[in-house]
Design a protein around this ligand. Structure first.
Ligand code: GDP
Length: 200
């Protein structure tokens, strides 16, 4: 499950512009500020990858990164900009949903969830939408190193609360991994998990 080589392939503005070579891929998704660029940096250990992904306020793009010439990490636009107008939010959902519904090579979604805050409705909505549409996902909890947290709850308590809220909607719980981009917690576990899913 080692990453030897990562190359940026392209940015696409529509699902149908994405690479067509049939290699398996993992989409990384989460609320803006969840720690997505930091985690991608830690995963691939290459700064320019996350820099390419980070274009705040610009057109929303699907970014494909080819790993070891064999599979893709796909960086999707973040959701949940608090100040975004309703129309921008609608755009996000139709754009991203178009990707999910049309991407046959998608092995799984890594749904990033900030473990330093209590469960957020928008994350629960997203998880429920993916679940209802039978899109395989893994919960990747970010910022698990944080000791100073909002409303006095520790990351493991927020994770437990999130799982309980999700549990009401699922027969079987999605896999989940605790990570920190500060300590590197979860990096190896996440890479191993992805290699197992690819080899199914
Ligand atoms: P993005 O908008 O989802 O790409 O989020 P970023 O990667 O830019 O991170 C947003 C903020 O959270 C930044 O201030 C990061 O330094 C911080 N952050 C990201 N990951 C972690 C983490 O694992 N632990 C802690 N303590 N802070 C993090």
């Amino acid at each position: 499950s080692r990453i030897k080589e990562v190359e940026f392939v392209k940015s696409s503005s529509r699902a149908r512009d994405c690479p067509k070579d049939e290699r398996p891929e993992f989409a990384i998704l989460g609320r803006s500020n969840v720690g997505k660029s930091s985690l991608i940096n830690v995963l691939v250990r290459k700064k320019e990858v996350a820099r390419t992904s980070k274009k705040p306020g610009k057109t929303q793009l699907i970014n494909h990164f080819l790993v070891n010439k064999g599979w893709y990490i796909v960086d999707l636009p973040g959701y949940g900009f608090a100040k975004a107008p309703e129309t921008a939010r609608m755009d996000w959902s139709s754009f991203t949903k178009g990707y999910f519904m049309n991407r046959n090579t998608l092995v799984g979604v890594l749904l990033l969830i900030d473990a330093s805050v209590p469960p957020q409705k928008i994350d629960l909505d997203c998880a429920n939408w993916l679940g209802r549409n039978n899109i395989p996902m893994t919960f990747v909890f970010t910022k698990c190193d944080k000791m100073k947290v909002s409303k006095g709850k520790m990351p493991h308590e927020n994770i437990r609360d999130f799982q309980q809220l999700i549990g009401q909607n699922y027969g079987k719980h999605p896999a989940w991994i605790m990570t920190s981009s500060v300590t590197g917690l979860g990096r190896d576990e996440l890479l191993l998990h992805m290699s197992q899913l690819r080899n199914y």
